[in-house]
Design a protein around this ligand. Structure first.
Ligand code: S3P
Length: 169
């Protein structure tokens, strides 16, 4: 897998709760290349949390910052990058990812995602009256776009190792 990548990045995309960071981190360890989570990088450079950024600047500004951060991360590959759920949906960011990376969509069904995001409610987009419905709406809107990724792996409740093996295979 490392040879296939060359200097390109392996970029995990998909909805919140799909396991992008956990599976990304383990994949990076096995490939022996650096791992970075774009949300963490955004929080590090802005010295604000994702929630604070949404509250202070709104989603549009957040997307533009996210795009710039991801573009920079992709320029010093190979790396494994896990992206925030909306990153690949943004056209400019998606173009950067396609140009500099091999993308893996971690797809999951609603109940798997819900079970995972339910516990922690740090996601600004899910602060709604009916967050499960919001998540379902996001699935409907975004799944056709995530489907443009180079690989699709179905995220489910199995050991992380199993998921990582599927990605590497
Ligand atoms: C978002 C997903 C979050 C974070 C922000 C917006 C989205 O990342 O970037 O809350 O639009 O789906 P995770 O997918 O890592 O939760």
């Amino acid at each position: 897998a490392k040879t296939v990548l060359g200097r390109r990045n392996l970029v995990f995309v998909g909805l919140m709760g799909a396991g992008k960071s956990a599976i990304g981190r383990m994949t990076a360890t096995l490939l022996n290349i650096p791992f970075v989570d774009s949300d963490h990088e955004i929080e590090r450079v802005s010295r604000m949390t994702i929630s604070e950024l949404f509250a202070a600047y709104g989603e549009e500004e957040f997307r533009s910052l996210e795009g710039r951060v991801i573009k920079r991360l992709l320029h010093s590959g190979p790396r494994v990058v896990s992206t925030g759920g909306g990153a690949y949906i943004n056209e400019r960011t998606r173009r950067h990812i396609k140009k500099n990376g091999l993308s893996v969509w971690l797809s999951a069904d609603l109940d798997v995602l819900w079970q995972r995001v339910n516990k922690r409610d740090t996601r600004p987009l899910l602060k709604t009256e009916n967050p499960k419905q919001t998540l379902e709406n996001l699935m409907n809107a975004r799944y056709p776009v995530y489907a443009e990724a180079d690989l699709t792996v179905v995220s489910r409740d199995v050991k992380k190792e199993v998921m990582v093996d599927e990605v590497l295979a």
